[in-house]
Design a protein around this ligand. Structure first.
Ligand SMILES: [Ca+2]
Length: 528
């Protein structure tokens, strides 16, 4: 224990030290002659950066990730990034819900620091650090598609974004130049068009019309395949003649879960009577349970995967333009999603959970000048690392106020010896929309430990639920079918994970100092 405390101290001292050093280096870059030379040479090498993100696109719905869906629903364009570039097997979000994930990506910070804890969160222009710094670095910046952060994306040179969730068809967009939020624009030519097509048209127009003397940084954000999973008409018959493979855990989840999560979360079948996919997909209420569940699953997956096909086809259009305009190889192309999605695993729908399918983000990058084709890693990265990485690709050091760390060394095929071995997770909301209790936890390559504290962070709101712990062995039980928390063989493992969990909470400003009613639950259940 003493040794661990010492390690914790050493680590935080090291981090503070690195921050100070980082600041000194940044200052010398700004003021020293060596720095000027370095900055100038970096500028010559600045690649374009095309950051493509979809909404709720789970990694296991991308064929390059090789899941049960790979054969029936291939994604050839996204796969191209893996075949000709880099695929991260263990990229995780720090809070699996739209607004907070997007805020972490743009700020490089965990939720409590950037202030976007839940769906009500926002990110004011001063905190839109990533586009702000990219602009300062000489990039022409644009944000096109789903934004979802309430405040104006004012840090970008150009934006054209959906208001809030936006519509799948006939989308209205807010375009820069007018007075936010009244700068809504109806594009008459997009009448009855699908928003994935519209967003891609807008990005292509922007790319074609821009000033080529500067490199570009484009955030191209699809709305699809988010709920309500509405596909473009041309995909209506896709998957009609086949059955989408089911996950085993749709029917039997073994020893997954705990008293804290029993009967929680919205479901495919009738388990959750208040809200389930059968309701959402208008499945006949008179069907027996098994048939009801099976029908709901098939309808859900087919609608979802048709949206995914629309995303993949539109990515193909972006690639085609880059190829034709000679920009394919001097552009870093990133594909990700703001988080994953439960596609029937453990009979769950939606995201929010710290379980694998929800917490994992797809992350693929193509940039042949730096990345060897077909590279994969199981090193852990998370969405606070995106901004520092993109900044380094642009020739900048990440500022000390960002929690994340650049994974450019991984892209170059080298894992630093002190690369983090764990990632921290926290879902702040409680029993909202999809009936998920509030929780936090830690994920290493080997284990996942989750504490469901089951209390809303605001004093009002849904009632507390029963707290509890879950532990999964990610190597021998990748589908999380066996909660090992009460198995006495894991006492030492759990003790170590808890120490590390506390360290990460402190390091990332994610403690509950401001929420004594939550801290009380943590104290009471920590050693249970
Ligand atoms: Ca989302």
């Amino acid at each position: 224990m003493q040794e661990m405390t010492k390690m914790m101290k050493d680590n935080s001292t090291r981090r503070d030290f690195l921050r100070t050093i980082g600041a000194t280096v940044a200052a010398s870059v700004l003021h020293g002659s060596l720095g000027v030379a370095r900055a100038a040479s970096a500028k010559n090498r600045q690649p374009n950066i095309l950051y493509i993100m979809s909404d709720d696109h789970a990694a296991h719905a991308i064929s390059a990730y090789g899941s049960r869906l790979a054969k029936v629903a291939p994604t050839p364009n996204i796969d191209r990034l893996a075949n000709e570039g880099f695929l991260f097997e263990n990229c995780f979000c720090t809070n699996s819900i739209c607004v907070p994930s997007r805020a972490s990506i743009l700020s490089g910070q965990y939720s409590q620091t950037n202030g976007a804890l839940d769906l009500g969160g926002r990110l004011e222009p001063e905190k839109q650090y990533l586009p702000k710094l990219m602009k300062q670095a000489g990039y022409e910046t644009a944000m096109i598609g789903k934004w979802h952060l309430k405040d104006e994306p004012a840090a970008f040179d150009y934006y054209c974004v959906l208001p809030g969730q936006g519509s799948y068809f006939n989308p209205i967009l807010r375009e820069s130049g007018g007075q936010w939020p009244n700068n809504e624009k109806r594009f008459a030519k997009y009448d009855s068009c699908h928003c994935s097509d519209v967003i891609t048209d807008l990005s292509l127009n922007w790319l074609k019309g821009r000033d080529r003397s500067k490199p570009f940084f484009l955030m191209h954000h699809f709305k699809a395949p988010h709920d309500n999973f509405e596909n473009a008409e041309r995909y209506d018959w896709l998957f009609n003649d086949i059955d989408i493979p089911e996950p085993e855990s749709l029917w039997n989840s073994g020893n997954h879960g705990s008293e804290a999560t029993k009967d929680m979360g919205t479901s495919i079948g009738r388990r959750n009577k208040r809200r389930n996919m059968g309701h959402h997909m208008f499945v006949d209420e008179l069907l027996p349970d098994e048939q009801y569940k099976r029908t709901a699953y098939q309808r859900y997956l087919k609608k979802y995967l048709r949206c995914v096909r629309g995303v993949d086809d539109n990515i193909g259009r972006l690639f085609e333009y880059l190829q034709k305009s000679g920009q394919m190889d001097n552009t870093v192309i990133i594909y990700t999603s703001d988080q994953g999605m439960m596609l029937g695993e453990h009979d769950f729908i939606d995201k929010r959970w710290m379980y694998e399918e929800s917490m994992r983000m797809p992350f693929l990058v193509r940039y042949p000048a730096m990345i060897r084709a077909g590279t994969r890693t199981d090193e852990i990265i998370n969405n606070t690392d995106f901004a520092p990485t993109i900044l380094e690709l642009a020739g900048l050091d990440a500022p000390g106020y960002m929690h994340g760390r650049s994974f450019v060394p991984l892209l170059k095929g080298r894992t630093p010896t002190d690369w983090p071995e764990a990632t921290y997770y926290r879902y702040w909301m409680h029993m909202a929309h999809h009936d998920n209790p509030a929780h936090f936890g830690i994920r290493t390559k080997k284990y996942k430990l989750i504490f469901f504290y089951g209390t809303n962070y605001k004093q009002r709101g849904p009632k507390p639920t029963r707290p509890g712990w879950e532990l999964y062995d990610m190597v021998n039980d990748p589908h999380e079918m066996n909660n090992l928390y009460d198995n006495p063989r894991y006492v030492a493992v759990i003790r170590k994970l808890k120490i590390e969990l506390l360290r990460l909470r402190k390091m990332y400003n994610e403690t509950d100092e401001k929420y004594p009613h939550i801290q009380k639950v943590i104290d009471e259940y920590w050693d249970k």
